[in-house]
Design a protein around this ligand. Structure first.
Ligand SMILES: [Fe+2]
Length: 535
């Protein structure tokens, strides 16, 4: 980007202006705002993104951060105005809408533009301008009209991108795919570090808003992640690592005091919002943030994104050494308590109402984990991970019984979190062949995060006949294609550790036939169809 003024001189100038403004604040309640600083360094280092596509609009995002790893992103602590424009073509010959938006240090100089009034079912290009600098160009699209007969929906399902544990080669491929949308279902970043699997560093565990902002900035500096954001609109929900591993509502393993944990959660949610293409109305209020939402794709599909963290009951049967999360074997009466919930009763009711009234062909549940069972049979009883849906069996049964009793067809759960590709049947009573299959599930493996070792994964497979496919040895994402006849999941994958130039292959292909719950193998093991990407 073209140098304008020396950055230090600009900062000194702005510091003097800030002091003058502080004095002026004593006299006048309304302050004059500088239009935009002049940058010597590119302020668009974190790229651009779009998300939450609707038939009439989409959210555009960027954050000004000329020094992204510095506190404040290298921005002066003042309000700044940006211009945005959205066009039919990538050269901006046909600009359809443009506007101005203010941002400031209270939101890390991030912007979330909720563009409205766009024609449905179209591809658009967008960019931002500020202080003589222009952002990279992003590509996005609006959803088809609500009542349209849509032939095809193609989405990439992704989750679990530990920066330290590999390169984001899966995002490199996602960026080049012909997709309608990316559905990211959690663990967008990791607060933890494992020195055994560290290929690169992402900085210390964040504990403050400044720390979470730096962490998000570190992730966005990855060019493959930025490319995937710039190429497609994203729909997101979260899991635990965006805040703290295995947290449940107001409790975290490292924060037994709810007030201390909620302060951490507020910082984490604020930084999460600031760095992702989420609608302005989603901005958190302290430690609370609404992320569950409903999306449509013509008459072909309806998608509910679910929040399995903010409203869940505490983990069942905690041990003294592991008060939150962990594994249990054998008896735990609390596990079956019907008062325990994964989504919170309000969100459960909202989802069941939505499912019962949906007129769309496919009903998709985008959520952070694996609904199908994966506990392991042992001589002491089933050994299960209390943080997973296995730890909330009554909530799982309510969800699936609600689908069965209302005879809701073509429901597919789309999950992540467990670092393995899974195709599974969903029954009201898991693994019980007399309990009919009422829905289907595809779970994506991680973008990078290490999966279960082979022997443990073998036990998971042999203990759970509902899992038709479950492999934890490769990283990647799921390419999902939906039409009126089939939902087809192509498990794209590469072996761990992920080399910087690794190429993905198709590990397996599974499908759900319209009107018939349950997954069927098309190609249970590779080789399989070539990806539809340009070289
Ligand atoms: Fe994860």
């Amino acid at each position: 980007m073209a140098p304008m003024l020396d950055r230090r001189a600009t900062l000194q100038q702005l510091a003097r202006a800030g002091a003058a403004l502080a004095l002026a604040r004593l006299a006048a309640p309304v302050l004059a705002r500088p239009e935009a600083p002049r940058f010597t360094d590119d302020p668009f280092t974190l790229g651009v993104a779009s998300g939450m596509p609707r038939p009439d609009g989409v959210v555009l995002w960027t954050r000004l951060a000329p020094q992204p790893l510095e506190t404040g992103g290298g921005m002066p602590p003042v309000a700044v105005k940006l211009q945005w424009e959205l066009a039919d073509d990538e050269h901006f010959g046909q600009v359809r809408q443009r506007g101005e938006v203010w941002t400031g240090p209270e939101r890390a100089h991030a912007v979330h533009v909720d563009v409205k009034g766009l024609p449905p079912g179209r591809v658009y290009h967008y960019r931002f301008h500020c202080g003589g600098a222009t952002s990279p160009v992003g590509r996005t699209r609006t959803a088809p009209p609500d009542d349209a007969e849509v032939g095809l929906l193609r989405l990439a399902l992704a989750s679990c991108q530990h920066y330290e544990q590999g390169h984001f080669v899966a995002h490199r491929e996602i960026a080049r795919q012909d997709l309608d949308v990316v559905l990211f279902v959690g663990d967008y970043l990791y607060e933890t570090s494992n020195p055994d699997f560290r290929l690169r560093r992402h900085g210390p565990r964040p504990t403050t808003l400044a720390g979470f902002r730096r962490h998000h900035a570190q992730y966005k500096l990855d060019p493959d992640l930025r490319a995937a954001h710039a190429a497609h609109p994203w729909i997101l929900t979260w899991d635990d690592h965006e805040v703290e591993n295995d947290y449940a509502a107001d409790r975290g393993p490292l924060h037994r005091d709810p007030q201390a944990f909620l302060a951490l959660r507020a910082a984490a949610y604020q930084a999460y919002f600031e760095h992702l293409p989420l609608a302005p109305w989603m901005a958190p209020q302290g430690p609370d943030m609404r992320i569950h939402h409903r999306y449509t794709w013509g008459r072909l599909a309806e998608l509910w994104t679910l929040d399995g963290r903010q409203f869940r009951s505490p983990h069942a049967c905690p041990s003294a050494e592991r008060p939150v999360g962990g594994r249990i074997s054998g008896a735990c009466a609390e596990l079956m308590d019907p008062q325990r919930t994964m989504l919170g009763f309000e969100q459960e009711a909202w989802l069941q109402r939505g499912l019962a009234h949906s007129l769309r062909h496919w009903k998709l549940l985008g959520q952070g984990s694996q609904i199908s069972p994966w506990s392991v049979a042992t001589p002491l009883g089933r050994r299960l991970f209390t943080d997973a849906w296995d730890g909330y069996p009554a909530a799982r049964e309510r969800l699936l019984a609600g689908i069965a009793e209302a005879r809701i067809g073509n429901v597919i759960a789309l999950g992540g979190d467990v670092h393995r590709h899974v195709a599974a049947d969903l029954r009201v009573i898991p693994n019980e062949s007399r309990s009919p299959v009422v829905a289907s599930e595809f779970v994506t493996t991680s973008i990078t995060t290490r999966g279960l070792p082979g022997y443990a994964q073998g036990l998971v497979r042999s203990s759970n006949p509902d899992l038709k496919h479950a492999r934890s040895d490769e990283r990647g994402y799921v390419l999902l294609s939906l039409d009126a006849q089939h939902a087809r999941a192509e498990f794209r994958a590469t072996r761990f550790p992920v080399a910087a130039e690794a190429r993905l292959h198709t590990q397996a292909v599974y499908a759900v036939e319209s009107g018939r719950a349950g997954v069927q193998a098309e190609h249970p093991e590779g080789p399989s169809p070539a990806p539809a990407i340009e070289p």
